[in-house]
Design a protein around this ligand. Sequence first.
Ligand SMILES: CC(C)(COP(=O)(O)OP(=O)(O)OC[C@H]1O[C@@H](n2cnc3c(N)ncnc32)[C@H](O)[C@@H]1OP(=O)(O)O)[C@@H](O)C(=O)NCCC(=O)NCCS
Length: 203
Amino acid sequence: MQLNLPNPHAAACRYPLLPPRSSQRFAYAAQSPVLRGEQVRIDDGRELHLRPIAASDVAAMQRCFTRLSPEVIRRRFLHPMSVLPDSMAQRLCRIDPELESAYVLMDESVSPAEMRGVGRIYVDKATDSAEFSVLVEQDWTHHGLGAFLMQRLVDDCLRRNLGELWGYVLMENRPMLNLCRELGFRQRLIPDEPGTELISLQL
Ligand SMILES: CC(C)(COP(=O)(O)OP(=O)(O)OC[C@H]1O[C@@H](n2cnc3c(N)ncnc32)[C@H](O)[C@@H]1OP(=O)(O)O)[C@@H](O)C(=O)NCCC(=O)NCCS
């Protein structure tokens, strides 16, 4: 699928990069095709390929990690990390499809292809919910890709018939909190985790 939006906030195509603000938000998710891969073009003309993560993505994930700032790493993992251990990269790329989904935005304009974004969910069957995480590499932010990945995660949760999508976000992480607010998530403080908010969307 080709997305070509002159403005990342203009919802002008079948699958807009940013979601509608109305109560129809997420209404089309149930009709979304099963995700096999889609081409995404952002407002400046650059293109990425969205596809499910693969075990062979370990090297690309490790290269991506080395390009992230300490602040971005802390916002994604909620604590500082100087390296992404091999075992962790392998674990993040070899998912259990029964309990996890992970989608990567791959930049195929370079060789080898580079990972520019990742969105994932972990399903908690006991609570009929899933925890999300999302990351967009800094050179690619503010083009609607974070919202696009979140939308795909919501679609996935709806296909799995889950009742809630939730995640932890640092209070200082204004871009993510703003994005979640735009997407209709609620946020609340966690008493025993100062500085962190619990963000959730009822599906
Ligand atoms: C948070 C993060 C994923 C955002 O990625 P992004 O690609 O910049 O996100 P988007 O462009 O879709 O949305 C962000 C912006 O769009 C705005 N936006 C989102 N939906 C919108 C809508 N429907 N209408 C208008 N504005 C909207 C947001 O308020 C935000 O504004 P800004 O660009 O002026 O800051 C990225 O910064 C990142 O990876 N951060 C580090 C990791 C992290 O914090 N992860 C979250 C915790 S797991």
